[in-house]
Design a binder for this molecule. Sequence first.
Ligand SMILES: [Ca+2]
Ligand SMILES: [Ca+2]
Ligand SMILES: [Ca+2]
Ligand SMILES: [Ca+2]
Length: 251
Amino acid sequence: MKTKKFITGLLISLFIFSPFLNFESMALHSPATLLAMGDIDDDGRDDLIGLRDDGLWVKYSRTNTWAKLASPTTIISLGDIDGIGRDYLIGSWGSGSAPGTYYRNSVTGAWVRVGTPALKLASGDLDGDGRDDILGQWSDGIWVRYSASGVWKKLSSTLATSIAAGDMDGDGRVDLLASFPNDGTYFRNSLTGEWVKMASPASFIFAEDQNGDGIDDLIGHWPDGLWVKYMGGAWSKITGTLPAWWGNVSN
Ligand SMILES: [Ca+2]
Ligand SMILES: [Ca+2]
Ligand SMILES: [Ca+2]
Ligand SMILES: [Ca+2]
């Protein structure tokens, strides 16, 4: 669960810590349009998930081999849906024979359909039961699907530009993050339901503990560049110039 990262986690980490790396040559056979990292086979090492024109692929760190998981999708996330320490791939397919939002059981390989195609996806343990829950945006709002019960709950009727998950107040409970156009970037306290404004609207947001204080920090793309807001209050600009592959990033 702790290793779960959506694409920006990987890309930002690469960008922050290894600006000398040639991303495209190191990561995939051809430029991917989406990437994520998570431990699919439970060997303790994150595996790389990449979306290409010909499908959704995983590169297992243990064997260094690629395997195709599914046909191409538009959005993916990763979550420990069953709370077993193994990440499951979550994806939304808007076309094909059976459109919908699915997760793939990493143990059995079985796909489980949970709903209609989502517009955005994220994952985090919002109810604190040890199982990551599926967060998604549909045309009528932002919802969470609690993994233990399969019960859905609407968290917002307002649509967001970008959603993410992280514990932004350090209370131990993962919160939903959403950036609303013409309003701001918020997190929703999972214990109280209160929305807390963190910043102005961003085109893309992600949460990750960048300074190691145990509280997730807000990473986002604003008109003047990519920033991290440490939840203590300080801001740090990561870059004002985004690499070319950034244009392919979305959530
Ligand atoms: Ca692994
Ligand atoms: Ca949960
Ligand atoms: Ca929290
Ligand atoms: Ca932090």
